[in-house]
Design a protein around this ligand. Structure first.
Ligand code: C2E
Ligand code: MN
Ligand code: MN
Length: 407
């Protein structure tokens, strides 16, 4: 299985940085032998390295690096699985940032990329590169936005609305709700929320199922969610689907089934985000972890849903790091008025920033909540303030516009 490891370290001051080329040459020879590729950045003081290759080889190499006295203060930033190498052509190319104009480094790094889907600005690994190049990791200071004065003006979306009643034989339907980046006027993804035929709530739908069919029905229902995505004209947008963790564990071949559903609807795994909803303890964590690896290896993104409520908390985060965390609505509601929730949100933002995980605030209903959360550094939002879920379609989105100041 192809794994990725990213770390940052500081060059031991006793080592002459003039020796660097020699060090890199011998590393290149060694990496080629064990089929490890990647990229190495150096800013005169700190290293930043991406290692990619077979799981065991990458781990063993990193162990060696950790023992190497030329590196100080090694910080492991990311471990992940990917469908293909990001830098498949290189033994291990060195980018000495001191010899580059800053604005050209990212382009130069991107140009070395070999993976079609991964090496975009949304890719976690690339975000790490960018943060390192820009030196942003050194000071994680939050900007504070100016006082509010916003209007929310609904605008139609490019998606088609389906009409008519539930087709005979279809056991469920889906409502779609956008997750947005309001100041970019950008839709980050559409979340598919299950409904019983005619529009009943998820609890209603799940209550109608025999208990032993729950996980299978949950997984199989995604075929309808993905076919809805196709019918509304998802295009290049992302689609988020909800799954109980145990649906990935209990249904044999769950990931293969999901991949087939994705392909059947003309979508690619890179545009699918799986949200694991945590209302039960993950009792067979090893098997769950295997499913996660399979999902990541196929190119599917992961989100922890309802973070901060129930079982979706820090212990889960300590066991695997998703691309996205969705902060539970209970923490978001009235955050502008509640010091405890503010401290929790700031800690989550800080933690997710160190781990390059995107944060989504769920259940945003008030402009004041949104303004506070923007100031705290959150950029992705979901809630009635922007758009409600709509059965078989996407409702108009209320984008914020600055009020004109009257003098
Ligand atoms: P969720 O995944 O956290 O989805 C967001 C829920 O919050 C949705 O409720 C949505 O309608 C609601 N919501 C969104 N914005 C706001 C807001 O501003 N204020 C308020 N008060 N609520 C807001 P919904 O559709 O009833 O879904 C409830 C839960 O059911 C979902 O929570 C998810 O955990 C679960 N669910 C939905 N679809 C599926 C599915 O296909 N499989 C599984 N396993 N669970 C699903
Ligand atoms: Mn969800
Ligand atoms: Mn949620």
């Amino acid at each position: 299985m192809l794994s990725t490891l990213i770390y940052r370290s500081r060059l031991n001051p006793d080592v002459d940085s003039g020796e660097l080329n020699q060090i890199v040459l011998s590393a290149q020879r060694n990496n080629e032998k064990i089929s490890v590729t990647g990229i190495l950045l150096f800013d005169g003081d700190y290293f930043f390295q991406i290692l990619e290759g077979p799981y065991a080889e990458v781990n063993a190499l990193f162990q060696d690096i950790c023992q190497d006295s030329r590196h100080n203060t090694i910080v492991e930033l990311m471990r992940d699985y990917a469908p293909m190498r990001r830098f498949g052509n290189l033994g291990m190319e060195l980018f000495d940032l001191r010899h580059f104009k800053r604005e050209f480094v990212l382009e130069a790094v991107l140009a070395k990329g070999t993976s079609k889907y991964n090496l975009t600005y949304d890719d976690r690994a690339f975000k790490f590169i960018r943060t390192f190049v820009e030196g942003r990791w050194r000071d994680q200071v939050q900007e504070i936005s100016e006082a509010p004065g916003w209007q929310f003006i609904p605008e139609n979306t490019p998606f088609t609305k389906l009409t008519g009643s539930t087709p005979v034989g279809q056991p469920c339907e889906f409502a779609l709700q956008p997750i947005v980046e309001p100041l970019q006027y950008r839709i980050s993804s559409l979340e598919a929320l299950i409904r019983s035929p005619g529009g009943g709530a998820p609890a209603h739908y799940f209550a109608s199922l025999a208990k032993d069919k729950l996980y299978e029905a949950d997984l199989q229902s995604k075929a309808w969610a993905l076919s809805l995505a196709k019918k509304i004209g998802l295009g290049n947008h992302m689609i988020s689907i909800n799954l109980l963790p145990m649906s990935l564990v209990m249904v044999p071949g769950a990931v293969e089934i999901l991949l087939e559903q994705i392909a059947c609807n003309g979508l690619v795994p890179e545009q699918v985000i799986v949200e694991v909803t945590e209302d039960e303890v993950i009792s067979r964590f090893d098997e769950f972890e295997t499913a996660i690896r399979q999902l990541r290896s196929a190119g599917i993104s992961l989100a922890i849903d309802d973070f901060g409520s129930g079982f979706a908390g820090l212990s889960l985060l300590s066991r695997f790091q998703p691309e996205k965390i969705k902060i539970d609505r209970q923490i978001i509601t009235d955050v502008h008025k509640n010091g405890v929730r503010q401290a929790i949100v700031q800690a989550i933002v800080k933690c997710c920033s160190s781990l390059e995980i995107s944060v989504v605030a769920e259940g945003v209903e008030k402009p004041e909540e949104w303004c506070w959360l923007e100031a705290a550094g959150i950029r992705h939002f979901q809630g009635y303030l922007f758009a409600r879920p709509e059965l078989n379609g996407v409702s108009p989105i209320a984008w914020p516009r600055k009020n004109h100041v009257l003098k």
